[in-house]
Design a protein around this ligand. Structure first.
Ligand code: ZN
Length: 325
């Protein structure tokens, strides 16, 4: 729990432990708190989609995706409050359709629209824990990906009976998940997970926010988690993969149509206020050095963009580690 100014509204946000309330529930506040959380998730999914889609030609592993993020009432601390606040009867509804994705282009996936079927599966029929459930959502996103891979599309039936048929496109194999608690950003090889309290959510410029997401995506597309598993998480090894992720940021941004210099701009803005100093310094270099590493990539990125219209990092990016080890 963070701070003393918690509204009843935060009762229903996933990740916050909370017992059933004794006071009457302020559903307007609940609704507003959930909407703020969903706004943050939308921003993350928009940024993640744009990067993962534009860099697909260079990613070592790609997957079929439509840019749809679901929500599960069972993931909330008090599901009954969330369901009432949102006016839902079922368990599973739309959370976000990423901007520019096939799901968004269909126009069908509006926020909080209830879902009755994902292909042959009624997602509401799967067993789930009574609260703080996250596995069901992961299984449903796996199910969607499997349908897209095996059938080249998916028919999604909404609670009102309408059906949307959506065909996928290729994206880099990484999911993006907002965490309802904390201010950390991590990448575990399959997912980029960012806490809703991370300072970059307060940065108004989308390309600066995208630089944070790009750093975490870089860890996944460069195979860092698996490499650390093989070679050990010594401070020296972590510094190497952190530097490599920083250096890839301008490339990922450029392919997504962002200013690649938003990378060092993010690092200077974030670092000047949040660099944890010596404690962090063992695993990361100082934010000023990190910004400089990013800046040194800019001429190569600019030259490739001018010559070929893209920044092919699969061919032209100099690795800090040998991924074949
Ligand atoms: Zn990192």
């Amino acid at each position: 729990m963070r701070g003393a100014g918690l509204l009843a509204g935060l009762l229903a946000i996933p990740g916050l432990a909370q017992s059933a309330p004794r006071a009457p529930v302020d559903y307007a506040a609940e609704r507003a708190a959930i909407a703020r959380y969903q706004d943050a998730d939308q921003r993350l999914q928009d940024a993640g989609w744009r990067l993962a889609r534009a860099n697909a030609p260079f990613c070592p592993v790609v997957v079929q995706a439509i840019g749809l993020q679901l929500q599960d009432m069972a993931s909330y601390g008090v599901p009954a409050i969330a369901r009432t606040a949102l006016g839902l009867r079922r368990e599973i509804a739309v959370q976000t359709a990423a901007r520019g994705s096939p799901a968004a282009a269909s126009g069908a996936f509006t926020r909080n629209r209830e879902i009755a079927a994902l292909g042959p599966l009624d997602p509401n029929s799967l067993a789930a824990a009574p609260q703080f459930e996250w596995q069901r959502l992961a299984r449903l996103h796996n199910h969607i990906e499997a349908m897209l891979t095996e059938h080249g599309g998916i028919a999604v039936v909404f609670a009102d009976g309408e059906t949307a048929r959506v065909a996928p496109v290729e994206v880099c194999a990484s999911r993006f998940e907002l965490m309802g608690d904390g201010d950390k950003a991590v990448a575990d090889g399959a997912r980029v997970v960012i806490g809703v309290g991370f300072p970059a959510f307060a940065y108004p410029e989308d390309e600066i926010f995208a630089a944070l997401v790009a750093h975490e995506l870089a860890h996944n597309v460069l195979g860092h988690d698996a490499w650390l598993d093989r070679h050990g998480r010594s401070d020296r090894n972590v510094r190497r993969i952190e530097r490599e992720a920083d250096r890839l940021v301008p490339w990922l941004l450029a392919n997504a149509g962002h200013d690649p210099a938003a990378g060092p701009r993010f690092m200077r803005r974030w670092g000047a206020r949040h660099d944890a100093g010596l404690r962090m310094r063992r695993k990361h270099e100082g934010w000023d050095e990190r910004a400089q590493h990013m800046e040194r990539e800019l001429p190569a990125v600019a030259a490739l963009l001018a010559a070929t219209g893209k920044a092919d990092w699969a061919v032209h990016f100099r690795r800090e580690i040998s991924i074949a080890d």
